[in-house]
Design a protein around this ligand. Structure first.
Ligand SMILES: Cc1cc2nc3c(=O)[nH]c(=O)nc-3n(C[C@H](O)[C@H](O)[C@H](O)COP(=O)(O)OP(=O)(O)OC[C@H]3O[C@@H](n4cnc5c(N)ncnc54)[C@H](O)[C@@H]3O)c2cc1C
Length: 555
């Protein structure tokens, strides 16, 4: 057995999870021998910043290099070996086999012994079938060399039209950055909507913003093949038969966990396809840990195992694994909620927890409240509208998920809700959170509070909410908007009674009929619906999100 002061910790992969693990291990154990083996040319680079350097928003490439091998050695006495690819783990001998690329370009085979091994090799981008034709102008964007390749091509070729394949977070960031360069962008997504983890209405709001900047979005179609001339793709053939000309293609159709090293070594792989780990990030071999995009996390809400290729979780997991590997003890890894955010043009979209689709697939019943509010006091200059949706259990009020689309302040609201979820919170808890307020920052009733109040009203039947796409035929529908609003977004067959007229005109309505009250956002309709409830109407519902959201449910 090794003595604690000579503990050899070897880490495979030196970016988000690996670098965090190494730094934490050193803080916990001053004498351990810590080595990072990284197959690429750099460690601890900001992969999340790659799109922004392409568009020039991060002008200085060096800013992407968060920590260098020199810094790791000088500050932490952590040995970093770049261009060292781990090709095999020998669990019996506790060594890893490495193929190193020497400065002269030749390869050298080496072995490194370990007492504790931490796997942080990340994920690899999925290559679509059309990429097998290897055109010179089709790129993925996952590493610094990937980014450099795109930039080199842009410098040496005239590019006026780019096709981005895949409308996930990275795809949208890339769209924005090419647009920033004045390049016409086409976005192709195989699924019927962009941002597939978001609920369709919220994804549609984002799509509208993108389209308003002249980007063409093609959903429900995939790239079937490429037309190649002199090794360069000049056009893509889509599954709907369309031919789209292009000068450059960026593929961002998703990633898959890098598990080959682990599975070849006989480590357990979970049902979602990632390396199976326990709460201390130990694999089925307690001397081997795994962190980051290559593992399966435990998801909050359901407790299911799932992939979560996001930087925050990788960093936190790395910290725990580094601590445990160095000391045999650590805090346990908590659940993840897939909390994520993207900026595209002047729009921010963020989410946490489960979207409707996932809840429905699992047979989990839920209620939905959608509100529209401003990021700070509406009377303070620069207030921006946001939509916030919260999904919760009936009757407990447990928060199941939330999504928001707007501008500034969307991040704060989703992070507050994610925090509440992490603590097992309910909408009742959200309504009580004591948030900082001054007019430039928020409202005395924050959008988070309003969403919680609306959800609580719903749970307490005062009155209940109904979904934006509710079939209104056969119901008594009361439209409490202004005449101007009705003209802009008509609601056929509704009885038009303005919210301020309702106290004197409710007697014109049939109190025995099931009634739905509708306004633009769901706020005035709550006032109207409450009035009808207190006037003795049998069943009154408030259309959550109002016409602003209902109008998005139509094709
Ligand atoms: C363009 C882009 C934008 C992103 N934006 C965001 C964002 O805004 N928010 C967010 O949360 N996440 C974002 N991500 C995802 C985030 O970067 C990853 O979730 C995170 O980096 C995962 O950390 P990791 O340590 O598991 O893997 P990585 O950070 O990918 O590091 C893995 C490292 O292991 C090395 N490696 C692999 N195999 C071996 C081997 N056999 N031997 C040695 N080394 C090996 C790889 O070269 C790589 O450097 C983005 C990713 C990209 C590419």
């Amino acid at each position: 057995m090794e003595s604690a002061d000579s503990l050899k910790i070897v880490i495979v992969g030196g970016v988000a999870g690996g670098a965090s693990a190494a730094a934490r291990a050193r803080r916990i154990n001053a004498s351990a021998e810590i080595t990072i083996l990284e197959k690429g040319p750099a460690v601890s680079f900001a992969n999340c910043g790659l799109p922004y350097h392409i568009g020039g928003e991060i002008a200085d490439r060096n800013k992407l290099l968060v920590a260098t091998p020199e810094l790791f050695w000088n500050r932490f006495r952590i040995s970093v070996k770049t261009l060292h690819e781990v090709i095999k783990i020998d669990r019996e001998l506790q060594i890893v086999h490495v193929r190193a690329t020497l400065p002269d370009g030749n390869a050298q085979d080496l072995t490194f012994p370990y007492d504790r091994l931490i796997l942080a090799p990340g994920a690899e981008p999925v290559r679509p079938p059309f990429a097998a034709t290897f055109p010179k102008n089709a790129f993925q964007l996952w590493t610094l060399p990937d980014m450099d390749n795109v930039l080199a091509y842009l410098k040496t070729h005239p590019v006026t039209r780019v096709m981005v394949v895949g409308a996930g977070f990275v795809g949208l960031e890339v769209v924005e950055q090419f647009h920033r360069l004045g390049i016409q962008v086409d976005l192709v997504e195989r699924n019927p909507q962009i941002l597939t983890r978001m609920d369709p209405i919220f994804a549609k709001m984002v799509a509208r913003v993108i389209e308003s900047h002249g980007v063409r979005i093609m959903t429900g179609v995939s790239v079937e093949s490429l037309e190649i001339e002199n090794g360069t793709a000049v056009a893509a053939r889509l599954s709907n038969g369309d031919r789209v000309e292009t000068d450059l293609i960026v593929m961002g159709i998703g990633v898959r966990p890098r598990t080959a090293l682990a599975s070849n070594a006989g480590l357990a792989i979970g049902s979602a396809g990632g390396i199976a780990v326990n709460e201390f990030l130990q694999t089925s071999d307690p001397n081997i840990y795994a962190v980051g995009d290559c593992i399966e996390y435990t998801y909050g809400v359901t407790g299911e195992k799932g992939l979560n290729p996001l930087a925050g979780a990788a960093n936190r997991a790395g910290r725990i694994a580094g601590h445990h590997a160095a000391s045999g003890d650590a805090e346990m890894m908590g659940p993840v909620f897939g909390t994520s955010i993207v900026r595209v043009f002047d729009c921010t979209a963020a989410m946490t927890g489960m979207p409707e689709k996932q809840l429905t697939q699992r047979g989990i019943e839920f209620r939905t409240a959608i509100i529209q509010a401003t990021n700070h006091a509406s009377y303070f200059p620069g207030a921006i509208s946001m939509h916030l949706k919260i999904l919760y259990d009936d009757p407990s009020g447990q928060i199941l998920g939330a999504q928001a689309v707007g501008g500034e302040g969307v991040d704060k609201r989703i992070d507050i809700i994610a925090t509440a979820m992490q603590l097992g919170g309910t909408v009742y808890d959200l309504a009580k959170i004591d948030l900082a307020y001054a007019p430039p920052y928020g409202s005395a009733k924050d959008p988070v509070h309003i969403a919680a109040f609306v959800a609580i009203n719903d749970l307490q039947h005062a009155p209940r909410l109904t979904l934006p796409d509710t079939d209104l035929s056969g119901l008594q529908v009361v439209d409490v908007r202004t005449e101007k609003e009705r003209q802009l977004l008509p609601l056929p067959n509704a009885i038009p009674i303005g919210v301020d007229e309702l106290p004197s005109r409710w007697t014109e309505l049939d109190s025995n009929r099931k009634t739905v009250v509708v306004c633009h956002s769901g706020k005035r309709s709550h006032v109207g619906a409450s009035r009808l409830v207190s006037s003795g109407f049998k069943e009154v519902l408030n259309l959550t999100g109002g016409m602003s959201i209902r109008s998005l449910t139509k094709p």
